[in-house]
Write a protein that binds this ligand. Structure first.
Ligand SMILES: O=P(O)(O)OC[C@H]1O[C@H](OP(=O)(O)OP(=O)(O)O)[C@H](O)[C@@H]1O
Ligand SMILES: Nc1nc2[nH]cnc2c(=O)[nH]1
Length: 183
């Protein structure tokens, strides 16, 4: 469903900025340093978890100044909603994963259901090793941990830097918490 311009502006006006673009830049630099230390000699295959990780990939990959390749997987459990359901696989690059050092790149670790299943799928598909990195981790229990985390934020519904609200706001230049009234 599309938001009208009035609805869009009202959601933005009520949202709270939790992390600024400048803070995200610093977090991305730290993530790149940690990933470089762990992967620079591994010729990894970076798997972007579509759709949310598209911004993370665009901002992080140019900071990784070493030999790597990029592919994507598409797994989704929110599909525009503010509560997650079953994970739906739309693209699982099984053949490309065998024997590779995999870096899974996602926008957020929330319940951890997505990341846990993606990690398991990479092992099932014969990865040589699996590392994971997320831009944002919510302060709450998760089914699994990410190896590299950008920022840790409160357990609220978020948008920006790839995270959507009703399929909008993935391009927002910060991490914003949606107002209770809009959830
Ligand atoms: O830790 P979890 O509770 O499993 O949630 C994290 C997942 O939720 C979002 O994906 P979503 O299903 O919304 O798809 P999207 O990437 O297309 O936004 C996000 O990109 C993560 O993959
Ligand atoms: N957009 C968005 N997607 C999510 N997936 C899991 N948690 C979130 C969240 O807070 N915002």
């Amino acid at each position: 469903m599309k938001l009208t311009a009035t609805q869009y502006d009202a959601v933005a006006a009520r949202a709270e900025c939790l992390v600024t673009a400048a803070e995200m830049d610093a977090a991305l630099d730290s993530m790149a340093a940690a990933l470089t230390a762990q992967l620079a000699d591994k010729d990894p295959l970076v798997l972007c978890v579509m759709t949310g990780a598209v911004i993370a990939a665009g901002l992080l990959l140019p900071r990784l100044n070493f030999q790597l390749r990029v592919d994507y997987l598409h797994a989704s459990r929110y599909q525009g909603a503010t509560r997650g359901g079953e994970l739906a696989w739309r693209h699982r690059p099984s053949a490309a994963i065998r024997g590779e050092h995999i870096l899974i790149l996602d926008d957020i670790l929330d319940e951890g259901i997505t990341l846990a299943q993606v990690i398991r799928a990479c092992h099932e598909d014969g990865a040589a090793s699996v590392l994971s990195a997320v831009l944002v981790e919510k302060q709450r229990p998760h089914q699994c941990q990410a190896d590299v985390v950008g920022v840790v934020v409160a357990d609220r519904y978020l948008y920006g830097y790839g995270l959507d609200y009703k399929n909008y706001f993935r391009n927002a230049p910060g991490i914003f918490a949606v107002a209770d009234a809009d959830i």
